[in-house]
Design a protein around this ligand. Structure first.
Ligand code: MN
Length: 287
């Protein structure tokens, strides 16, 4: 059975947060994993990280880490100072995760988020090539710190470098490191892939992490994602990795703004109850 997690920002309006209460919360709800913001982890002191890790261990919770790199860390940038800054930042995050025993770093770590193709550009290949060249350098920090970098395939409205699983496969093959893998997300796949199950199957052993969410980012169980197809494809590739849900229901704050939640989708819903229900639903789907 895959370990199942949830992203802390389901409950927050800001990206920066104290993760300690969420360790207790997700443990009480029955989850195996709390996914946290890697930027916050990178900016903690070593003592703070040790304390967080000890708390997670105590509650039997695994921490996974996610980030969409801010523009000043865009490793696909034409500006040498920016891509160098990005490589250094990925190194800092990898070391921080390494201090906590290693783990994964997932998200838009191959460029920045959100981003669209610059005005006047028609060919993204130079951006992809710069990103691969930078990632080949950055991945060494992952290798040295027992960290897997999972490249998140996202839809066209959030990024332009990697919108399909095929593009991600080509990217990780070019990076050519056992620590470079793919993150697929059902919310994004619903927009970009011809067939969700087929995309998962193609990723195969390169699939390092899975985000699950409905087409409208409601908790799994509310929308029209083909969960039996997802489950069958995961079984076919013998996926043993983490499955982390990322529902977003609340407008407002940094999270509501960046995720573009423009209506209150939590009306009449109790967030903890919904998380518990979604966990039961997804355990049923994946069994
Ligand atoms: Mn995601």
């Amino acid at each position: 059975m895959n370990k199942i997690g949830i992203y802390y920002a389901y409950w927050t309006h800001d990206w920066d947060a104290d993760f300690h209460p969420f360790i207790d919360k997700v443990a009480a709800l029955g989850f195996d994993i709390l996914e946290v913001n890697a930027g916050t982890i990178a900016h903690m002191t070593s003592e703070e990280r040790q304390s967080l890790k000890a708390h997670a261990d105590d509650r039997n919770i695994i921490l996974s880490h996610c980030i969409g790199l801010p523009h000043e860390y865009d490793i696909a940038s034409e500006d040498k100072a920016v891509w160098e800054n990005g490589i250094a930042y990925l190194g800092k995050i990898a070391e921080a995760i390494g201090e906590m025993g290693g783990g994964n770093l997932s998200g838009i770590i191959y460029s920045s988020w959100p981003a669209t193709m610059p005005e006047g550009e028609t060919d993204k290949r130079p951006y992809v090539e710069r990103s691969v060249a930078s990632m080949k350098k950055a991945i060494k920090a992952a290798e040295d710190n027992n960290v897997i970098f999972n490249m998140e395939v996202v839809n066209r409205f959030e990024q332009f470098l990697m919108n399909t699983c095929d593009e991600a496969i080509a990217y990780v093959e070019a990076v050519d490191s056992p620590n470079a893998k793919i993150l697929l997300d059902t919310f994004h796949m619903n927009i970009e892939e011809n067939f969700i199950g087929e995309a998962i199957h193609k990723a195969g052993d390169k699939l390092g992490h899975l985000h699950i969410g409905e087409n409208n980012r409601m908790p799994p169980g509310y929308g029209h994602i083909p969960w039996t197809e997802v489950s069958a494809a995961l079984r076919r590739i013998n996926y043993q990795g983490y499955v982390v849900m990322e529902p977003f229901l609340m407008p407002g704050g940094e999270v509501g703004r960046d995720i573009k939640v423009f209506r209150d989708m939590s009306v009449d819903l109790e967030l903890d109850d919904e998380a518990r229900k979604a966990l039961l639903f997804i355990r049923g789907v994946l069994k």
